[in-house]
Ligand binder design. Structure first.
Ligand code: NAD
Length: 497
């Protein structure tokens, strides 16, 4: 059985702990590897390596850093297919989708290549006679990233390229369910010329996360995952005096107005609900049909949902793969059952789907539940599977109220031909990322990504300008070089001019 090891100080290591986790192949239902699970001592070894590396990396010149970043970008770009296959084998998503996530991660690397521009400070000449004022930003130290299973390349790349470009060192604790991609990324950083210890990977579960949260030498924690864990991370990390950005779960609504092109809207809804088997934090899991759009929309969505080709992620014909673990499959099926028992109408049913040749894979087919109401579990819970709930609403304003009553606020979308309705929607929803005839409005790398309400704990969104601010702290300098012939004014009043 293959063992997936940590990457600490520029080398693989199995660490001191003897605990191991199982890594599945979701398409076959077999265990394909075991992953080492770090103890607090293993985490300390990684943090100490990162701390030593920080001393010199934080003093490296901007051009030294960009040289490594550009090289890393080339190496990842050359290995997109390989990374995508590793992701597909452990996560289950289809290879083309996995290649897409690597591409979106690369966009953050490209953003970070511009770090000399991003770290420019401000300068004010002559704020008082003979006095200048300026500011600049410095790295903060050892930064840690704790990431979810659903984007094992892209989500860590929301963090480490920016942190490292800013002059920090980094310890990544990837999801223990699909840990292999992180190790290849570490090897590519090393090949790109990043000094040993600047980027480390520690595999693990709660024990390793707690060790990072409590470690005195970790300055900042970036977390992406479910809301209960985000809340825990934020509370414990900030209690230990760290900066914490913690992105949580989601329930993303798309509203469809009667004036929308229903063919366009239903096609995009199906892709946004069932792409990556719904295991995306920006997946659309609730469609809100407004007024007369209802029945026609449900019919169009059902007909397209039934055409989705479900199969192994490595099979090029597949549009949608299995879900990540048997527990995830059982949980998703349980929520569909609950939706039915509580009065929802299952109009396309993915329960019990068997893929020939992959009878033991963790498959759930696309599922549409119509006539859903906000009190049902299938709506209240984040399903994180290929399940689209359809709700009905009388007006745009009622749909906006529905969205705003939901505790999550990650992403949302509107399908309409009306600019006025789109504008009212955009201004009215309490949600961080909004699509107008765009179902999955993931911001580009040079904007920042993040939701509102229970989808984000702490203030900081991730990557883009907020990422640079998160991984640095500012110094403001007031400077005077007195002319020897001028009398020095050292009086006691508060200087104002
Ligand atoms: P998760 O919260 O179970 O795990 C995320 C990370 O936390 C993993 O590294 C895991 O090892 C660790 N963890 C899990 N339980 C823990 C515990 N009790 N104590 C300490 N650490 C723990 O999330 P997941 O199932 O891997 O990923 C899916 C979730 O992530 C969904 O809720 C999804 O919406 C969310 N997500 C959000 C975003 C976003 O940008 N807001 C992006 C991707 C995924």
């Amino acid at each position: 059985m293959r063992t997936i090891e940590h990457w600490i100080g520029g080398a693989s290591t199995s660490g001191a702990s003897s605990r191991r986790g199982r890594v599945w192949n979701p398409a076959t239902g077999e265990q394909q590897a075991e992953v080492v699970l770090a103890s607090a001592a293993d985490v300390d070894t990684a943090v100490q390596a990162a701390k030593r590396a920080f001393d010199s990396w934080s003093q490296s010149s901007l051009s030294q850093r960009t040289k490594v970043l550009f090289a890393f970008r080339e190496l990842v770009n050359a290995r997109v297919r390989e990374l995508a296959e590793i992701v597909s084998d452990e996560h289950g998503k289809v290879v083309s989708d996995a290649a897409g996530e690597v591409q979106r991660g690369l966009e953050v690397v490209e953003f970070a290549c511009g770090i000399p521009q991003l770290l420019k400070g401000d300068y004010s000449d002559q704020v008082s006679r003979g006095v200048d004022a300026f500011s600049f930003r410095e790295p903060i130290g050892v930064c840690a990233g704790i990431t979810p299973f659903n984007f094992p390349v892209m989500v860590p790349m929301w963090m480490h390229p920016v942190a490292i470009a800013c002059g920090n060192s980094f310890v990544l604790k990837p999801s223990e369910r699909d840990p292999s991609a992180a190790v290849l990324i570490a090897e590519l950083w090393a090949e790109a010329g990043l000094p040993d210890g600047v980027f480390n990977v520690v595999h693990g579960d709660r024990e390793s996360v707690d060790a990072l949260l409590d470690h005195a030498d970790v300055a900042a924690i970036s977390f992406v995952g479910s809301t209960p864990i985000a809340r825990y991370i934020h509370q414990r990390g900030t209690a230990a005096g760290k900066r914490v950005q913690a992105l949580g779960g989601a329930k993303n609504h798309a509203i469809v107005l009667p004036d929308a092109d229903l063919d366009f809207a239903s096609g995009h809804l199906v892709a946004a609900a069932f792409g990556s088997a719904g295991e995306r934090c920006m997946a659309i899991s609730a469609a809100v049909a407004v007024g007369a759009a209802g029945d026609a929309l449900v019919e169009a969505v059902n007909s397209k949902a039934r055409d989705v080709v479900v199969g192994a992620g490595r099979d090029e014909r597949s549009e949608m793969g299995p879900v990540v673990t048997p527990e995830a499959r059982d949980r998703i099926v349980g929520l569909i059952d609950a939706g039915e028992a509580q009065g929802g109408k299952i109009t396309t049913d993915g329960r019990g789907l068997v893929v020939p040749g992959h009878e033991n894979g963790f498959f759930v087919g696309p599922t549409v539940v119509d006539q859903v109401t906000p009190d049902m579990d299938v709506y209240r819970e984040e399903v994180f599977g290929p399940v689209l709930s359809v709700l009905r609403s009388d007006s745009v304003d009622a749909a906006i109220d529905l969205i705003n009553a939901n505790p999550y606020g990650n992403g949302t979308a509107i399908f309409t031909g009306s600019g006025e309705a789109a504008r009212r929607f955009m201004r009215g929803v309490k949600v961080g990322m909004i699509g107008i005839n765009v179902p999955v409005p993931v911001p580009m790398a040079y904007y920042s990504f993040g939701g509102w309400k229970d989808s984000l704990l702490g203030q900081s969104h991730i990557h883009g300008p907020e990422g640079v601010a998160f991984y640095t702290r500012a110094k403001a300098v007031t400077s005077r070089w007195p002319h020897v012939e001028h009398p020095v004014d050292s009086s006691f009043y508060f200087p104002t001019a």
